[in-house]
Every structure is written in structure tokens, then in C-alpha cells.
Design a protein around this ligand. Structure first.
Ligand code: UGA
Length: 473
């Protein structure tokens, strides 16, 4: 099918590349001219595992082209709208980019088009789009509007697109449902060349769920808000564990063994970030407010998350006493591993707070330093983790990159001034840290002193392969 994707952000670019990978002829547009020029020249505006290889291959096969919005509108029988919906100061999603695209489609397109909203939007945006298209249509456009929320995670977006658990569509006509079924057929039937796994195993087919448009739109916001709620919940349990001397890793494992709860998204830390959860929780709160529903539960989810960085800085202060003039190494700036994205990353608030108190921050991140430099200009960026740790009074783990888990302990010990680690992601092995003379603090677990095999040390060693349940007896 001829498909257009409007907006080459991380959702649009992944969607365009993967739809071309499964056999469609795709035209992807981008309004930012620098970004467009980069893409047309074979460059990548974002770091996302596998995406560059897929784009290279499908461009070579002439199934993906990049260009302007007008060209995209002229090209596709199906048009995916993947433009940004950033938060407004009051928490509402800013829909001006979607409105502008809808107006261009109404003015320029003729014949039949399936217009699909893939950007995360408030419920009833589909209804607004339909109204708007009919008001502005001048070329005899016939259309359906559908919702097709994405559930891609940054860092694994290509994998998530090609091997999803579910594909949700919100439609109000059989024609729209049939077209979307056809678009996703190679994925639902698993009949495509997988660019990730050379010997891709046959898996359980994803569930294809068709609903009305309002329900599909709500599924997206409700899913992200629910996952955010799980994270804030376990973060509060972590606080409780710190006070009563329990181990949150074991509590989370014990909870997660109940299939009604599930083990995923029960990792405590310094809070959720990124361009999705913080803005989607805010937007969902606003949607509920405007609909007269008291969803104050989500306000607590947000508050708990906002307090995570403060709580972490408080722990740093407890150890270092005065931060002014202290050398603090920060490992990780991206909001999570395998991405260079620092939007709404906890690292930003954390580093700003340390710098405001006069600390001398030396940071390292394998991918995100380029993007961090514009938001955090007053710190020293280092070319590897050990350079960041040189002479440090404390080392803070902010993003759980594998590179940090595989730390060379001897080298690290001889690099820092004071052997003190505050691990905001429970990423390092506590037993290793202690055996190399570090004082190790993590989230929701008792601190471990140099040479000590405390509860966090046991928990961390159990993490590495052993059956943690046996440790509990
Ligand atoms: C999230 C959802 O997981 C995707 O399904 C959704 O499509 C996407 O938002 C979106 O709306 O576009 P993403 O923001 O890429 O994906 O990242 P996640 O892996 O969900 O992590 C979000 C944040 O939660 C990160 O800061 C991560 O460190 C934090 N997190 C996650 C925790 O603190 N604990 C956990 O147990 C899991």
C-alpha cells in the first residue's frame, strides 16, 4: 500500500521505516528542514537501535523516501499523523501541529484517504479531526479518520513495532478497519523479513483489537498512566523499605510473582522521565478534569515522581554534608538506557540542583551528552566513566547503561577520591561495590559498608543469575 507518515520524530521515523520494511511504499515528511536534509542525506537525527540499518535497507530498496508535508499528502492512500503533541503550561497536550496537518490535508488532498492519528492525543481528537476536515475540505476529499496508538518504547522501538503484543485500532467504518488490517497483515501473520533477529523465531501472533476511536485514544493514555502509577507505587514502597530496613528488590519480586500484578515496571529509581510518561500523565489528569472526573490518584503519581530527585539529592547531602566545591561524578544522563533522549530526564533536575548548590559535576553518558549539552551547559562532560569519576567525592548512577554494570571495579576504586556510590537505579552489584571498598547506597535497600555483605549486597548478587527465592530462606 502507498503510505505517508507525517512527522519524522522517533514515532514517525520508526513507523515509516518499519512499514517500509514489511513491504509498503512509504513517504515520510518532516517540517524541520535541517532534520529533513539530514535524513535525505542518509544521516540520523536520533539514536535508536536498529533504526539506521532498517532505514538504509528500505531506502536502497526504494520503499522509503523523505520530503515535504505537501508531497506526503499527495502520496499516501493512508496517512499516519505522527507530529509532536508537547505539553502546554497547563498540562494539556498542544494539538496545534495536528490541527495544521489536518488543514493541509483538507485543502490539498482529493479522492479517498484514510487519516490515522498515531501521535498520542486526548480522547475525542478523532472526532475533532473529522469535523475539521469536513469544514476545510475544498478538493472533494473523502476520508475516514482512525486512531492507531503506538506502544513503542524508546531504545526498543523497532523491535516493539515488528513484534508487538497488541495492535489497537479505533475505527468507525469497515473500510478503515480493512485498510488497517491490510497494513498490519505482514506483522499479524508474521510474514516479513525481520531485520533484528537473523533466525527470528515464530512467535504468538499479536492481538489485533478494533474499537471505536474514543476507546482507542483512551487505551493509550490509560496504559501509559497505569505504567507510571506502577513506578510511583514501587518508589513509595522503596521509601518505606529505606525507613524500616527492608529490601525493595525482594518486595517487588514477591509482588511480581502474582500474575495479576506482574513483575514489569516495578523497578524503583529516581523517577520516570522521557517525552511520554510525564506529559501523558499530565494530559490524562487534564482530560479527566475537563470531563468532570476526579482522577486525583494520578496527581499523586505525578507528585511522587517529582519528589524522587529531591529525595535522591537529600541522600547525597546526608553523605557529603556541604555540596559546595564537591566533585560529583554523574554516570548517565539519558532518561533511560539505549537512547540519547534527555527530555524530562530526572538527570536534568538532579544535575541542576547539584550545580545550584555549588557542586562541580563531571558527567558521562554513552549517547546522550550531545543532547544534554544544550540543557546542562555548566558541567564537565567526560569521554568515559572513569574520567568522570576522577577525584570524585561521590559517584551517582543516574541511568542504568550496561557499560556501568560492567564496571572495572579496581580501576574505579583507584580513580575516585572517596569510595562512595549512590545508585539511583539499583544498577550496580552491591556485593562487588562493598568488596572493592565502596560505601554503597541504592534505592529502597539498606546501605552497604565497605567489606560488608549486607541485604543489598545479597540482593544484588542474587540478581546476577541466582534464584533470589532461595536467598529468602
Ligand atoms: C513509554 C511506554 O513504555 C511505551 O509503551 C509508550 O509507547 C511510550 O512511552 C510512548 O508513549 O511513546 P518510553 O517512554 O520509551 O515508553 O520508556 P519506558 O521504558 O516506558 O520508561 C519510561 C520511564 O520510566 C523511564 O524514565 C524509565 O527509567 C522509568 N521506569 C520504567 C522506571 O523508573 N521503573 C520501571 O520499572 C520502568
Amino acid at each position: 500500500m502507498k503510505i505517508s507518515v507525517i512527522g519524522a520524530g522517533y514515532v514517525g521515523l520508526t513507523t515509516a521505516a518499519c512499514l517500509a520494511q514489511i513491504g509498503h511504499e512509504v513517504f515520510c515528511s518532516e517540517s524541520d528542514l535541517d532534520k529533513l536534509t539530514k535524513l535525505q542525506g542518509g544521516g540520523m537525527p536520533i539514536f535508536e537501535p536498529h533504526l539506521e540499518e532498517v532505514i538504509k535497507a528500505v531506502r536502497k530498496a526504494e520503499r522509503l523516501r523523505f520530503g515535504s508535508t505537501d508531497e506526503a499528502i499527495a502520496w499516501g492512500d493512508a496517512i499516519f499523523i505522527c507530529v509532536g503533541t508537547p505539553p502546554l503550561p497547563n498540562g494539556d497536550a498542544d494539538l496545534h501541529a495536528i490541527e495544521a496537518v489536518a488543514r493541509s490535508i483538507a485543502k490539498r488532498a482529493s479522492g479517498y484517504r484514510l487519516i490515522i492519528e498515531k501521535s498520542t492525543v486526548p480522547v475525542q481528537t478523532g472526532a475533532q479531526l473529522r469535523k475539521h476536515l469536513s469544514v476545510h475540505s475544498t478538493n472533494g476529499l473523502r476520508y475516514d479518520v482512525a486512531s492507531n496508538p503506538e506502544f513503542l518504547r524508546e531504545g526498543t522501538s523497532v523491535e516493539d513495532f515488528l513484534h508487538p503484543d497488541r495492535i489497537v485500532i479505533g475505527v468507525d467504518s469497515p473500510r478503515a478497519a480493512d485498510m488497517l488490517r491490510e497494513i498490519y497483515e505482514p506483522i499479524t501473520k508474521q510474514e516479513f523479513v525481520c531485520p533484528i533477529h537473523s533466525d527470528c523465531p515464530k512467535r504468538k501472533a499479536p492481538i489485533f483489537l478494533a474499537t471505536d476511536t474514543n476507546s482507542a485514544e483512551l487505551i493509550k493514555h490509560a496504559s501509559n498512566s497505569f505504567l507510571a502509577m506502577k513506578i510511583s507505587f514501587i518508589n513509595m514502597v522503596a521509601n518505606l523499605c529505606e525507613v524500616v530496613g527492608a529490601d525493595v528488590t525482594k518486595v517487588a519480586e514477591g509482588m511480581g510473582l502474582d500474575p495479576r500484578i506482574g513483575a514489569a515496571f516495578l523497578n524503583p529509581g529516581i523517577g520516570f522521565g522521557g517525552f511520554c510518561f510525564p506529559k501523558d500523565v499530565q494530559a490524562f489528569i487534564r482530560i479527566a478534569e475537563k470531563s468532570g472526573c476526579d482522577f486525583s490518584l494520578l496527581k499523586e503519581v505525578e507528585k511522587i515522581n517529582q519528589r524522587r530527585v529531591e529525595h535522591f539529592v537529600e541522600q547525597v547531602r546526608n553523605e557529603l554534608w556541604v555540596l559546595r566545591g564537591k566533585k560529583i561524578a554523574v554516570w548517565g544522563l539519558a532518561f533511560k538506557p539505549n537512547t540519547d533522549d534527555v527530555r524530562f530526564a530526572p538527570s536534568i533536575a538532579l544535575v541542576k540542583s547539584l550545580v545550584d548548590e555549588g557542586a562541580n559535576v563531571r558527567a558521562y553518558d554513552p549517547e546522550a551528552m550531545g543532547k544534554a549539552k544544550s540543557v546542562l551547559p555548566n558541567i564537565t562532560y567526560c569521554s568515559n566513566p572513569y574520567e568522570a569519576a576522577e577525584g570524585a567525592d561521590a559517584l551517582l548512577i543516574v541511568t542504568e547503561w550496561d557499560e556501568f554494570r560492567n564496571v572495572d571495579w579496581e580501576r574505579l576504586r583507584s580513580t575516585v577520591e572517596r569510595p562512595l556510590i549512590l545508585d539511583g537505579r539499583n544498577a550496580l552489584n552491591a556485593a562487588e561495590a562493598a568488596s572493592h571498598g565502596f560505601h554503597y547506597f541504592s534505592v529502597g535497600r539498606p546501605p552497604v559498608l565497605p567489606g560488608q555483605a549486607g541485604s543489598a549486597a545479597i540482593g544484588a548478587s542474587a540478581f546476577v543469575g541466582a534464584d533470589i527465592r532461595k536467598e529468602s530462606f
